[in-house]
Unconditional design. Structure first.
Lengths: 281, 281
């Protein structure tokens, strides 16, 4: 664990991330010391800094520190947490004196179970619905009580994820993954302008599909779109593409487009690969 | 600063409040060592514990610790923060091994400016709208980025507060206060079933008004209700009732019902008073 580049295990009880969730995070898979999809992670983090009013100088430090912390491990997860830092005064207002913190945590990253990628995962529908706020939508910020509560809705370990709808009834994502549908050879994923996290793996899969000439659509999706879909899969920075084999009792076969996208994605997830952040300009 | 009853200034970098805002808080005004509206604060905190799945044993400890931390000060603010504690594993899921933390912070509480209670405060309308989520509505939880961003919308120190609407257009509250309107001798405040914090001072003012035979209504309110109101005031646990003298350029006189409620409230805010939590059963 590092805090602002030094080994540390604690932070101030005054930190605004502790009091208000006033922070941003990224969870980065590292293979042989190399952070995967690193540019996309740093782009999303920069966008979060811009929208929340955080300084950008931590981004450059992370370019050095994330590989350094991952160094020597064949597989590791590095979680980056940027916080607004210790509050200079009580209350929501900023004083301008806050010293933002850059926290890095390293976790082991076990080898994935090939059965999950092959046969798919069981998924449920969360009862809790996501509130809508364009000011926060897309960001991986530290206000995650909705995900915590949705994850508390089930304890069956054979269920891997829950799909979440927004308060206005739009399909948005899983608790920790993005969701894709295939309908008549088109790959669809919900637009995330009102809520949800714009995942780096979601972006990678969209780019790959477009480059391969596959029709893609990013638009509002509803429960009916889910019912009409022929294929259904989840994406996440660590797990890549996971087909859904069962959703709330309905069985799904792993479809041809899902398989094709898994195949296209595989080289990008291997050590040494990097999907450039400015790949499409 | 106390953490679980011991002097401490730091917490683990693994704390789930730091990562997810997975916590609850209360900000308690203490006069001559006596926490004001203490039962109402502890009731809201208990309700939060129940809804987020926190253990309740911290509530009893707080009954002893809050007065102990306030002891000796004529005026002090004690902020209580309950967190889910250090994560036992990465991710949103709970393992059951989390050890919740009880953090107490003491702040000075300056004497209020009598001009504010007398002449009122200038208020604006926040551009940011609150997301709606009944699962979190009413609670003083640690997911407060919406309030942080709304408070960043202005820096003019002569503006005391901003009124916030929900994503569906309902008037909800200020960034750090509840809002009341008076329309034709009825005292109205927004229902908080979809978003907002159910303030202890809001509850106290509603009870006082009802006991005094004043008509009250708690219901969804819209921008039109605000336009038609004859009086407008804000409540907060520390500041009591603050009349609004200007909202986005429109001037307001401090009205008769606002003055009457301030008069009724005054004895309850004095040292030694306590508004019992089970006052109305």
């Amino acid at each position: 664990m590092w805090v602002n580049g030094r080994a540390a295990e604690q932070v101030s009880v005054l930190d605004r991330a502790l009091h208000y969730g006033d922070g941003l995070f990224e969870t980065i898979g590292c293979l042989e010391g190399s952070p995967r999809l690193f540019d996309l992670h740093l782009q999303r983090l920069s966008e979060g800094c811009r929208r929340l009013g955080f300084a950008l100088h931590h981004i450059e430090a992370l370019r050095r520190e994330v590989p350094a912390l991952a160094f020597g491990a064949r597989r590791a997860i590095v979680k980056v947490l940027l916080t607004r830092g210790a509050a200079a005064a009580r209350g929501y207002a900023l004083t301008g004196e806050e010293q933002q913190l850059r926290i890095l945590l390293r976790y082991p990253w076990p080898q994935p179970d090939p059965a999950v990628a092959g046969e798919g995962v069981r998924v449920r529908i969360a009862a809790l619905r996501l509130g809508e706020n364009p000011a926060l939508a897309g960001l991986k910020h530290c206000n995650r009580l909705e995900q915590v509560l949705a994850r508390r809705e089930w304890s069956d370990p054979s269920i891997a994820e829950a799909l979440m709808f927004s308060s206005s009834g739009a399909l948005i994502s899983g608790t920790m993954s993005n969701v894709f549908l295939v309908h008549r050879s088109t790959v669809l994923t919900p637009s995330l302008e009102r809520c949800g996290v714009a995942g780096v793996m979601r972006e990678s899969v969209l780019r790959l599909a477009r480059d391969a000439g596959i029709d893609t659509q990013v638009r509002p999706l509803a429960a009916e779109d889910l019912e009409q879909a022929q294929e259904l899969f989840l994406t996440n920075a660590l797990t890549g593409i996971r087909p859904v084999c069962e959703l709330s009792g309905r069985g799904w076969a792993v479809g041809a487009l899902t398989r094709r996208l898994q195949g296209l994605l595989a080289p990008l997830l291997a050590p040494g690969a990097n999907l450039g952040g400015d790949h499409h300009g």
